[in-house]
Design a protein around this ligand. Sequence first.
Ligand SMILES: [Zn+2]
Ligand SMILES: [Zn+2]
Length: 175
Amino acid sequence: MLINLSDVLSEQHKPIDVTVDFEMEQFQAKSETFPIIEKLPVHVVISHIKGKELRIHAETKVTVVIPCDRCLSDVKQEFSLDFTKYVDLAVSDAELKEGFDESNFIDGYHLDVDKMLYNEILVGWPTKVLCSEDCKGICSVCGQNLNEGACACEDTGLDPRMSVVRDLFKNFKEV
Ligand SMILES: [Zn+2]
Ligand SMILES: [Zn+2]
């Protein structure tokens, strides 16, 4: 969703107070894609400071499904976004003044809400995602989700790649 900034940048510097949709259906990070399953409308307030300086406040909640780091089951991660940005459209991101934010989500007279929120979600992305603190993970041999019950594999504690070697030896014996 694009917000037209001409009102706030015009002579009258009329503040903008709108509620818009976050249109992104999935979150693309590096090579992975995460579904966005819930999102509240985005409340955006933009006011003029001076020159081409703007104050942007945005508020919304977005829920993204991220697989558990240990067992890969779906974990709903809620991002409560409530932030304020200070941008100066007269300067490029390379010559930012102190206290000002990058404005790569503004192109000419348009603010790209999806792009702005994407940056915020990325910044707040958790380093670790677990379905529960004591998630048991998956069996490294058969892939069974150990939260759903134990599997029949021997608990050898060996590297799963070792099972290939073990099988090789077994085959040799049979020959
Ligand atoms: Zn888990
Ligand atoms: Zn197993």
